[in-house]
Design a protein around this ligand. Structure first.
Ligand code: TEU
Length: 562
């Protein structure tokens, strides 16, 4: 963890995301808990991470697994107590690890006291903490159906961009904002080291609430009119003068906006999550269609964000996985015979970029999608809503299940695989969601005992970030950009160049350096050293072409002799 907030320090850090419901149950229950996180801190310290982003542990009816907060000041009893939380902060700190709190303030649960009071009476002092209208517009909820729900008591509709139990907060209301900042200071005073801000770019809506031409409504609330103003206010009220790092989750955003959010001079946030690179398997923008990913588009998007954010002095949060996304090895790699090779290749491709990498629990051991047989094994509110909607619209079970197996958020929510005992060492009792059946082969204990494992590869990548400045600072340039199966790039500082070459497919291929005379000259004039690869033997770099085996990935360091 950084002891100072100087850029040089936190920009070399790596963050590990924990979804505590599925991480470890120290109390041997069906759901994980905070003590379970504390129990595994030595493992995380071994891996070398600097922060843990803990997804919400506040009191919640758990309809959206904690992203529906009913009390922002208390710990949900399923996760333990405030003493457990304080102990986690202290134990983590003693290992040099900071805890980042997940702040969910685009909406609250409809069980929150504010909403409960607001819905009793149009004159309640909390009425205006939410968004009420006599008539709904045509905006869609991100979880399916209309974004408006009718309340019979006061005969108005309230807005919910997510589930109908997640009512959107009204950020136009100054008192509501002040209450949010006070709550955030409460957690900062407890000693948390950072904040992850849930869908924070959706907080400022177009208050005319116009109907949308396409019917989804996104353009009327994404990166909305006052969003930068509100985030600057939050920075001033909460972050200023404290040693905290912050990351905003930015839904359907733009590079221009993310530069504004994360350029330090603007005093908004440290960095941003964006999602365009994870929509390359959404044909025509539709998530719920089974489809291969578009590799050319992936490279283009990653490259545009590298170049654009760097130019604007912004900072990317780098990630392949989170609790809303399928497992990356099943998605852009091969979870069959090339599981290890492809998981390492994907890790390298991401971790050598500019930004702050996030590792989602289980990614570091190459956990896969579980491929559940039927809908009754799935638990996620979005998945279940979509299944119901598609079935009612006449789609066959088989059709929609294909897409659900590929895209469901539950792909990443199966219990963490610790060892090969029953329930993978997650708990001694049956978990709330099934463990993936491959846990006897894929688990932490096995990975720790194998120096060639994916886990050790991640550990090495973290070490490279900490020791080589080009990883943090180097200019990004794509190499052989048109190659149909390779994503190669350089990261260059005045002293050195890193050349990162990744074969994204299970077929062998090669790179012809003659199309890249600049790289070829550097290779020939300097000394090229292999820093990390996912094959045991190295290929010879001399000559004009580089052969690549299935999912082969190589990091070269080229230092130019003086
Ligand atoms: O997610 C925001 C979000 O829009 C998505 O990633 C969402 O899951 C996806 O678009 C659905 O297709 C955040 C949280 O990460 C997620 O778990 C919550 O459900 C959501 O906000 C609401 O709080």
């Amino acid at each position: 963890m950084n002891n100072s907030n100087s850029t040089a320090n936190w920009k070399k850090s790596v963050i590990y995301q924990i979804y505590p419901k599925s991480f470890r149950s120290a109390q041997q229950r069906a759901t994980g808990d905070i003590q379970g996180v504390t129990e595994k801190l030595d493992y995380l310290a071994f891996l070398g991470v600097d922060y843990i982003w803990l997804t919400p542990v506040y009191t919640s009816p758990q309809r959206d697994n904690g992203y529906d907060v009913s009390n922002y000041y208390t710990i949900d009893e399923s996760y333990g107590t405030m003493e457990d939380f304080d102990q986690l902060i202290a134990e983590a700190r003693s290992r040099g690890i900071g805890i980042m709190m997940d702040i969910v303030v685009n909406h609250s649960s409809t069980d929150h006291a504010w909403f409960q009071e607001a819905k009793q009476d149009r004159n309640s002092r909390y009425r205006d903490y939410y968004i009420w209208r006599d008539q709904p517009n045509n905006w869609a909820s991100k979880f399916g159906g209309s974004a408006w729900e009718y309340d019979e008591v006061t005969e108005q509709y309230y807005l919910h961009l997510f589930d109908k139990t997640q009512a959107d907060l009204n950020w136009e209301n100054e008192q509501m904002r002040a209450d949010v900042y006070e709550m955030m200071r409460f957690w900062a005073d407890k000693g948390v080291s950072g904040f992850r801000l849930d869908v924070i770019n959706l907080i400022s809506k177009n208050t005319d609430f116009p109907d949308d031409l396409t019917g989804d409504g996104r353009k009327h609330y994404t990166d909305g009119p006052h969003v930068h103003e509100y985030i600057q206010e939050m920075n001033c009220e909460v972050f200023a003068g404290r040693e905290v790092i912050t990351v905003g989750e930015m839904s359907s955003t733009s590079i221009d906006n993310c530069v504004l959010y994360s350029n330090p001079e603007r005093r908004e946030l440290s960095m941003t999550f964006s999602f365009h690179h994870l929509k390359v398997d959404y044909p025509n923008g539709d998530k719920w269609t089974e489809a291969p990913f578009d590799f050319a588009m992936l490279k283009q998007i990653m490259s545009d964000w590298q170049v654009g954010m760097h130019a604007g002095h912004g900072w990317n949060a780098l990630f392949w996985c989170n609790h809303d996304q399928p497992r990356i090895v099943s998605r852009f790699g091969d979870d069959g015979i090339y599981r290890e090779k492809s998981a390492k290749m994907l890790a390298t491709a991401l971790h050598m970029l500019q930004g702050t990498p996030y590792i989602y629990q289980g990614e570091e051991i190459g956990m896969t999608n579980p491929n559940f047989a039927s809908i009754d094994r799935y638990r996620d509110v979005e998945t279940l809503n979509i299944y119901g909607l598609k079935r009612r619209a006449g789609q066959s079970d088989q059709d929609i299940m294909g897409a659900i197996r590929q895209k469901s958020r539950d792909n990443s929510r199966t219990p963490m695989q610790w060892n090969n005992s029953a329930y993978a060492g997650f708990s001694e009792v049956e978990p709330w969601i099934d463990v993936a059946s491959n846990y006897p082969e894929i688990n932490v204990e096995r990975a720790l005992n194998d120096k060639e494992s994916i886990l050790y590869h991640y550990k090495k990548l973290i070490h490279l970030r900490k020791t080589i400045d080009a990883v943090t600072d180097g200019d990004y340039r794509i190499v052989c950009g048109d190659h149909p199966q390779v994503w190669a790039y350089t990261r260059t500082t005045k002293d050195e160049t890193l050349l990162v070459v990744n074969n994204f497919y299970g077929d062998q291929t090669s790179i012809d350096w003659r199309t890249e005379p600049g790289v070829m000259n550097q290779l020939n004039s300097g000394s090229a050293e292999v820093l990390l690869t996912n094959y045991e033997d190295n290929v010879n770099l001399d000559g004009t072409s580089l052969p690549l085996r299935p999912y082969e990935s190589i990091i070269y360091r080229i230092t130019t002799p003086n």
